[in-house]
Design a protein around this ligand. Structure first.
Ligand code: SF4
Ligand code: SF4
Length: 480
């Protein structure tokens, strides 16, 4: 009988046990100093965090000579890669919000709080802040010791360096946030020449203070007590949701490795009760107690436990991505057979179709035509029939634009009124026009008529808007 225990590097396991006394489950009364361990999920987490680089560098991207994405609140316009969305098109933003809300719901239903563990602002910034803390103050036991140590010059220097770096990151976060609502280069110019407006200053200060407070001090308490998503995510997950799960069938009864006990005759499960999964948990949760509200599904406990299993020569995956149903029955309901996922996906597709349709029909000039109802038509002294229309031209281009109005429809049609209009950038102009058609050319009471507005900017770019309406003739004229 081989003694597998002899293959286990007991010194490193003893180190784990020596360390395990420090770790306990978070009840919120003290700062969590989570241990950092390398691993597959830690790598994925860093890659996912890179999404936030878009937040920092996005405002500096240019498109057609203007900020690629700009939420221009004073002008009530939203610029998105050359497309301008005005207040009347904001229904698309509602659809966009619906899209992201449902995307969050579908991801939560399938794989739990993936957003929290890998992408959330709070998680990512806290991760960066605690990385700085670790670099300056050392691993968790040293940090705890430093917290309790009396103040001296060395402690003051370390704390000053840490808080300065935290504040610098918070300041860049605040400036980046405000840059999405202002021209980013102009914002920096005004900032460096101390010429920044009060509103921008207040928002930079609010976001700097908020980031410093939330990521530096409140950390996981935000996930546990403040975040509304944490409260509602429980209704989106069920027994089939795949989340980091401790395999209690394999792990229990947990027990420490006893010196000299042969591995193949041990009376305990695979869990060696080293507490490493609790040590690395950024919210201080003990995953072995089952799924909990505090778990943000960052999967760092999977990395920790896998590294322990590797050390003691037991199979990996004691903690793994698994559903409760999968754990109990050994098989899991495929995603395609879950009605909840289908319902979420259908809403997701509907909102996405609406956004795509909206963007594809969004012109640079929007033309609306209202046919006058009082009167519907007028018989002119020259024998022609006249209809009145109100044209509303909305200029979504980046500059003021003169536009020419033309109309086509029944033969012999004549457009009466101003043919050229000057439209202001982002503005709406209304103009009444009259259309006359000789009676002899009218063979129906109602005929389609098409209005077109065209304009050309100083760079030669041509813009066009078109709308169809009807030309109404009296029945007596048509009968004759
Ligand atoms: S689950 Fe894994 S990491 Fe956690 S105590 Fe058990 S062996 Fe250690
Ligand atoms: S229990 Fe595991 S997955 Fe959940 S938050 Fe803690 S480390 Fe992350």
């Amino acid at each position: 009988m081989s003694d597998l225990k002899s293959q286990i590097p007991t010194a490193s396991v003893d180190d784990l046990y020596a360390e395990s006394g420090h770790w306990h489950v978070n009840t919120g009364e003290e700062t969590i100093h989570a241990k950092r361990m390398p691993g597959k999920w830690r790598r994925y987490k860093w890659w996912a965090s890179l999404v936030w680089l878009v937040f920092f560098f996005g405002p500096y991207l240019r498109w057609d000579g203007r900020q690629a994405v700009l939420f221009d609140i004073p002008e009530r316009q939203f610029h998105l890669f050359g497309v301008t969305i005005l207040p009347q098109d904001f229904w698309m933003l509602s659809l966009l919000l619906l899209f992201f809300a449902i995307l969050l719901a579908v991801v939560t239903a399938v794989a739990g709080r993936v957003w929290c563990g890998f992408f959330c602002f709070q998680t990512v910034w806290t991760d960066v802040y605690t990385l700085i803390e670790e670099k300056l103050e050392g691993p968790p036991p040293k940090r705890r010791k430093l917290e309790q140590a009396p103040w001296d010059a060395a402690k003051a220097r370390t704390k000053l360096a840490k808080h300065s770096l935290w504040l610098l990151i918070a300041l860049f976060t605040g400036i980046s946030f405000v840059a999405w609502f202002n021209d980013a280069y102009r914002l920096w110019g005004e900032l460096l020449t101390f010429d920044l407006g009060m509103v921008a200053l207040v928002f930079i200060a609010l976001f700097t203070g908020g980031t410093y407070l939330l990521a530096g001090f409140m950390r996981e308490q935000v996930c546990l007590w403040l975040c509304p998503y944490a409260r509602i995510q429980g209704v989106m997950i069920d027994k089939t949701t795949v989340v980091p799960t401790y395999d209690l069938n394999r792990g229990e009864p947990r027990g420490r490795i006893k010196k000299g006990e042969p591995e193949d005759r041990r009376s305990t499960g695979d869990c060696i009760d080293c507490n490493q999964c609790v040590a690395v948990c950024p919210t201080g949760v003990d995953i072995r107690q089952g799924q909990q509200e505090g778990c943000i599904t960052c999967a760092l406990c999977i990395d920790a436990c896998d590294s322990v299993m590797e050390k003691v020569g037991r199979p990996l995956g004691l903690i793994r991505y698994e559903s409760l149903e999968g754990l109990e029955s050994g098989s899991c309901v495929p995603v395609a057979r879950r009605p909840r996922v289908w319902v979420y996906t259908l809403i997701l597709l509907a909102s996405l179709s609406g956004i795509v349709w909206g963007l594809s029909t969004l012109g640079s000039i929007d033309l609306k035509v209202i046919h006058s109802r009082q009167p519907l038509f007028v018989l002119q002294s020259d024998g022609s029939i006249q209809n009145k229309y109100t044209l509303k031209v909305l200029n979504k281009t980046p500059a003021d634009l003169p536009v020419r109005i033309t109309a086509s429809g029944p033969e012999g049609l004549v457009l009466v009124g101003d043919e050229v209009l000057v439209t202001e950038h982002g503005g709406l102009v209304a103009r009444d026009v009259f259309v006359r058609v000789p009676q002899a050319k009218l063979d129906r009471e109602s005929q389609p008529i098409s209005f077109v507005v065209t304009g050309q900017d100083s760079q030669g770019q041509v813009y066009r808007g078109e709308r169809t309406s009807v030309f109404i003739a009296p029945p007596s004229v048509v009968r004759n």
